[in-house]
Design a binder for this molecule. Sequence first.
Ligand code: AOF
Ligand code: ZN
Length: 367
Amino acid sequence: MIDILNDEYYMQLALELARKAQGQTGINPVVGCVVVKDGRIIGVGTHLKRGTGHAEVHALKMAGDEAEGATVYVTLEPCSHHGKTPPCCERIIEAKASRVVVATEDPNPQVAGRGIKRLREAGIDVTVGLLGDKSNAMNEKFNKYITTRLPFVTLKTASTLDGKIASRTGDSRWVTGAAAREQVHTLRHQHEAIMVGIETVLADDPQLTTRAAVDAIDPVRIIVDSKLRLPLAARVVTDRSARTLVLATEGADESKRTDLEQAGVEVIACGAGPHVDLKLAMLKLGELEIGSILLEGGGRLNGAMLAAGLIDKVILYYAAKIIGGSDAPGTFTFDGFAKMADAIQLTDVHVELAGADICVTGYPQYG
Ligand code: AOF
Ligand code: ZN
């Protein structure tokens, strides 16, 4: 009983350490580690950036020789492979820890249970599964990318209760309040890329950067623009504040492509057209090691991504207001389904308030 309490206490701490690094580890997972001996914390560590030390390495370095006989709490199975850094399981064995508590197995096919096996072979007592759901929830983007090489796509919308993202005159400042808008900037920080359609750029000339209350990372900007209509004077081209990728088609104007490339924009052809092949786009973005995308519409791109089954998670903000207007743009513009029974169902639905706005999250299920 006391052991379970102990274990939960320290694993919670390891999870908190991991949570703080969300958004800064790229395609790598967030991982926290706490080393405990005789009722004292002797080392803590977090994986901070891809290519730098893993959580266990930092924590064991802090613990030093005291790690002998200690318990290591780690939110992800210690790795067993030589990646950009050496295997953590060997580091734990070398430190002579006597027990390791792991929240969840590493889905990376290069690890997938081998780290745990190696520790057990070395005579270390290993417990697996404590608060594993919490660790997995934090690493949902990593879990998808490492097993499929496709980016995890989160759709975010901000609409009125009747699903409009602007009025019939195009006015959209602001749909939701300050609290929801602040959350969106945190979401931008937590994704490697942000994706919008060309219509959104033409209408709003957005910066697509992260402007949160605390300093945060700007995502790569992805514009879906089949015919390369992106103006050279658009802020995403001129401001140079983040990398900009344009997804176009093979037939798009060559000289416009050259102009955009000279302005520092990367153009990627995705299929013969007439529209960008979104499935192919996801493959190509995955190859570029973009592991997560925050999709911020507009309605036609949202609808096309949903109809293609490419959205993994939705975060829908609703302002408690009704704007109406049959021509006012909506959150999803696509042909839709004839039968209610065919509607795309969300699972694991959560509803929260963000200031005075309503936030619905869920995971689309594709039949
Ligand atoms: C751990 N602890 O803190 C992390 C792990 O390229 P590398 O060397 O950084 O390896 C990345 C892989 O290592 C990543 O895909 C995942 O399987 C694991 N990440 N493992 O034991 C950590 N960040
Ligand atoms: Zn490792």
